[in-house]
Design a protein around this ligand. Structure first.
Ligand SMILES: [Zn+2]
Length: 145
């Protein structure tokens, strides 16, 4: 067995997932080759760390999930405060604006004759343009036929 082959199978050797024949070949190589046996020791210690991590955090996914849930709960817990404060303010602003604009418009159109005259001056002007274009459209259409 070559070093490359042994290195690629070290993890399986540690997990004892190799065939008996391969396990023996690995053992033979590791007993003779110091660099591969050193790698085995390093890998073994790394595996130990991973195993320790696993035992400390039985389910890392569960930890991240609970963290997300906690964050979500914080977000939703903050939201009612936000809406409780802002929505009434927003509604009252709209309400004041609606009443204010209603009074403003009512006052303008009911009592301010100058505005009515202005609107009468402007509106027929626009209506005339509209009528003219429509008339021209029909006239042109008539001439074409
Ligand atoms: Zn080797």
């Amino acid at each position: 067995m070559k070093c490359n082959e042994v290195n690629s199978k070290l993890i399986f050797y540690l997990e004892k997932e190799l065939l008996k024949d391969e396990m023996l070949q690995m053992e033979n190589h590791l007993s003779e080759c110091s660099s591969c046996s050193n790698r085995l020791v390093l890998l073994q210690s790394a595996m130990d760390v991973i195993e320790k991590e696993k035992s400390l955090q039985p389910n890392p996914y569960f930890v991240s999930k609970t963290m997300n849930r906690f964050k979500e709960e914080q977000r939703t817990a903050n939201q009612p405060v936000f809406t409780r404060l802002l929505i009434p303010v927003f509604v009252s602003i709209l309400f004041v604006l609606a009443i204010g604009s209603g009074i403003f418009m009512g006052a303008n159109f009911a009592s301010d004759t100058e505005n009515i005259q202005q609107s009468n001056l402007i509106d027929p002007y626009f209506n005339e343009i509209d009528n003219e274009t429509i008339e021209l459209f029909f006239l042109n259409d008539g001439y074409h036929e």
